[in-house]
Write a protein that binds this ligand. Structure first.
Ligand SMILES: C[S@@+](CC[C@H](N)C(=O)[O-])C[C@H]1O[C@@H](n2cnc3c(N)ncnc32)[C@H](O)[C@@H]1O
Length: 248
């Protein structure tokens, strides 16, 4: 569901919010379709408790987490995006499960062992790599024993990348491409997960996606990771779902 921008309650200003414009629309950027692998995990594994959505934007993943019954904290630098998250949560009857915090993720001090699910959909690539690695370490420490994390980053295959295969690509880039300042080289996100003690990779993929949710059609190249604490062995998980249990 998309909710039109409301003039009330907003003290956000376009001047200090580079994403103000893309959330200040009748059809805000990034749409409402949640990240597919995250949605499948929530549907199949039923995690309960607290969740964190870093760089939540307009809230498509925040709302999916809340819909799954989790109590979600949505963090973003864009107050305009967070206002949209709350309006969408209210319109869906999920406001009691969502709180928002406007801040730079680089300033986060995440409480250890606090969250059952942590999501960072295209934000680790919006901050420099050293900051991205520091935030990653915090995310891992903040994950509970039966926790799962979902992460997406743009890779150097993206047409907005100044190096790697993306730099050779002709074609339109996203209107917010200039805010991606840290394109991950191929396999880097996977490598970070594998080199992190105590994590288990459930799914990793590098892919290209056509995006029609903002501006003219354009391509993104992404790395997508779903990982859990190594102690978690889901009863059943697959994306796409395979060998499903009868009657479920
Ligand atoms: C490409 S959008 C993705 C939004 C959302 N996760 C989604 O997938 O729909 C990137 C988001 O990260 C936020 N962002 C970028 N850099 C940030 C930072 N340093 N701290 C907090 N949020 C940031 C932007 O405001 C924007 O909402």
């Amino acid at each position: 569901m998309d909710v039109p921008p409301s003039a009330a309650s907003q003290d956000a200003s376009p001047d200090d919010d580079p994403f103000y414009d893309v959330y200040d629309r009748e059809q805000p950027a990034y749409g409402m379709t949640p990240s597919a692998e995250l949605a499948a995990y929530l549907r199949q594994c039923h995690p309960a408790g607290r969740a964190l959505d870093l760089g939540a934007g307009g809230g498509r993943d925040t709302l999916e987490l809340a819909r799954a019954g989790l109590q979600v904290v949505a963090i973003d630098r864009s107050q305009r995006g967070l206002d949209l998250v709350m309006r969408r949560a209210e319109a869906s009857g999920l406001a009691a499960r969502v709180t928002t915090q406007a801040m730079d993720v680089q300033d986060c001090q995440l409480e250890p062992n606090a969250y059952r699910v942590i999501v960072a959909t295209t934000v680790l690539d919006h901050i420099p790599m050293p900051a991205s690695r520091r935030l990653w370490q915090q995310m891992v420490a903040a994950l509970q024993e039966r926790g799962a994390m979902y992460v997406e980053v743009h890779t150097s295959d993206d047409p907005g990348s100044s190096y790697g295969a993306g730099a050779q690509r002709q074609g339109p880039v996203s209107e917010t491409a200039s805010h991606v300042i840290n394109h991950f080289p191929p396999n880097r996100l996977l490598q970070m997960a594998i080199e992190t003690p105590g994590l288990r990779v459930l799914r990793y993929e590098e892919r290209a996606e056509w995006d029609y949710t903002h501006g003219p059609e354009h391509l993104h190249a992404k790395a997508v990771l779903l990982a859990t604490k190594a102690t978690l062995s889901p009863d059943w998980y697959g994306y796409p779902a395979a060998f499903t249990r009868r009657g479920k």
